[in-house]
Design a protein. Sequence first.
Length: 170
Amino acid sequence: MLKKTVEDICNRQIEREGFSANLYLAMASWAETNGMSGVAQWLYAQAEEEKLHMLKFMKYINERGGKAVIPALEKPRSEFNDIEDVFREVLNHEEFVTGSINEIVSLTLEEKDFNTHNFLQWFVFEQVEEEASVRTILDKIKLLGKTNMYQFDRDIMSLRSPAASSQPTA
Ligand code: FEO
C-alpha cells in the first residue's frame, strides 16, 4: 500500500508527464505549420512517449492500492521564435522533469518506500537519455546554423536515441 505522501507526489508526476505531452504536441503543431515536418515528427513521437510515462505512473499508483487522478492541464505555450527556441524550451522542460523525478526518489528514501524507489529507476535513466538527446539536437543546430534548417529538418529523426524510441511497458 502506498503512503499518502508518495501517492500524492506520484499523482503530481502524472500531471507533469501529461503537461509534457501537451507541450510537445503544441510544439509539433507549430513546427508542422511552419514547414518543418521532420521536427514535427520528432515532437509527435516525444509526446507519445510522455503519454506512456503518464500511464506508467497511473498503473503503478493503482496497482499499489492508491488512486491515479487525471488532472486538468495548463495550456502550453504555442508560439516560438525559431527551432532553437523550441529545443531550448524542450531542454528546460526536461531539466524540470528530472528535478521532479529526483524529488520523488528523495521522498521514497525518506519514507523507506523501496518498491517505489525501484520503480523510479527507469525514469532516472530515461531522464539522462532525454536530456542528452536534446543537447545533441541543440549542438547540431549550432553546427548547421539557422540558414540550413532544411537539412536539419530532414535528418532530425536519425538523432533519436534507441532508448528514447523504445516503448516503455506502461
Ligand atoms: Fe517524461 Fe520527458 O519526461
